[in-house]
Design a protein around this ligand. Structure first.
Ligand SMILES: *Cc1c(COP(=O)(O)O)cnc(C)c1O
Length: 359
């Protein structure tokens, strides 16, 4: 196949140069004679990979010194229950803002460990908006306030960091981490699975402020205790070594592109072009209120649902893959993460216009 563009929501597209570097280093990492896959996680080679990984993430996100950076397993979904187990610390309630499928899941899992107070919900609008912050109900007795900075399925994104009114703010940034500048210090905890915007599946990044790291509940496995993993530099047991290495390569690539600021400018441009094409057409539409439209995941529906199948088939014939929307919302979805080049978005826009013209 000639040129293909992969619009998958995750696992998702890698920069080609990163794949090529991994290929070159596959059998012999930097003259060591070993593949990264074969290295002891306690050996000096892997230690240097692990150190660079943390240093690069700290510098890209300007993570203050009073935060630990953990690289765990279990995906963002495991964090849905590990967050309450680690940071409730004797409190009995937590606040959740529901803006889509992922925050809904996070709130449901937390419900096994504490009373979940829904501070705000846009369920009534079928998750096409974010309730105005002035209406949020925040209980000062709650242990934290949780929100999902980008709803990968519904295509709804916070454009600013919400005010937690003194509670530790907890963010699921799985699908927009490193896509825009954010202030880590406004958060108590940030977590993200790596397979959307920062690497392969298999690593979960947890950035957590020191004062929130206390012994986890007694029934929490040690590998899921922030305190234990922080003490052991995320190597209480064997980490997903090769995946750490790949995330590290992505971070180096991101630095070479000019870091998060440069990426954000590119992401603004890519998303603006795609939304403009959708808004100007009479075949395609996006249901999300304009201020909350995601720069990362752009869902759109066709005015005639009977054309859905044909759209997907013809898109694939044109090298445009993984555009089928999530089964829960239907229609189409284009995920345009950092690694999606602008040409990919332009190719999609051209195809969409041609499809509209011919159908
Ligand atoms: C994909 C995703 C998850 C789930 O990630 P897993 O690694 O599959 O557990 C959670 N939250 C958001 C916002 C996501 O996009």
């Amino acid at each position: 196949m000639s040129k293909v563009y992969n619009f998958s929501a995750g696992p998702s597209v890698f920069p080609k140069s990163v794949l090529e570097q991994a290929q070159q280093e596959l059998l012999d990492w930097q003259g060591s004679g070993f593949s990264v896959m074969e290295m002891s996680h306690r050996g000096k080679y892997f230690q240097s990979i692990a150190e660079a990984l943390e240093i690069d993430l700290r510098s890209l996100m300007s993570i203050p010194d009073n935060y630990k950076v953990l690289f765990l397993q279990g995906g963002a979904s495991a964090q849905f229950s590990l967050i309450p187990q680690n940071i409730l610390q004797g409190k009995t309630k937590a606040c959740y803002v529901k803006t889509g499928a992922w925050s809904e899941k996070a709130a449901a899992d937390a419900g096994y460990y504490c009373e979940v107070l829904v501070s705000a919900s846009s369920e009534d609008s079928h998750y096409t908006t974010i309730p105005d912050e002035s209406t949020w109900q925040i209980d000062p007795q709650a242990a934290y306030l949780h929100y999902t900075s980008n709803e990968t399925i519904h295509g709804v994104e916070f454009s600013t960091t919400p005010n937690a009114h003194g509670l530790p703010l907890v963010a699921d940034m799985s699908s927009n981490i490193l896509s825009r500048k954010i202030q880590v210090s406004q958060h108590g905890l940030i977590y993200a699975g790596t397979q959307k915007n920062m690497g392969p599946a298999g690593v979960t990044v947890v950035i957590v402020r020191d004062d929130l790291i206390k012994p986890a509940s007694l029934t929490t496995p040690a590998v899921f205790s922030y305190a234990e993993q922080a003490k052991n530099h995320s190597m209480l047991n064997t980490p997903a070594t090769y995946n750490w290495y790949l995330v590290g390569l992505i971070l180096k690539w991101l630095k070479a592109q000019g870091g998060v600021e440069a990426m954000e400018q590119l992401n603004i441009a890519k998303a603006a072009k795609l939304y403009q094409a959708i808004d100007q057409s009479s075949l395609y539409s996006n249901p999300v209120a304009v201020p909350y439209r995601s720069r990362m995941n752009v869902p759109f529906i066709l005015a005639d649902q009977n054309l859905d199948k044909l759209f997907v088939t013809e898109a694939e014939a044109n090298g445009l893959f993984e555009l089928k929307g999530h089964r829960s919302v239907g229609g189409m979805r284009a995920s345009i993460y950092n690694a999606m080049p602008e040409e990919g978005v332009l190719a999609l826009i051209d195809f969409m216009a041609e499809f509209e013209r011919t159908h």
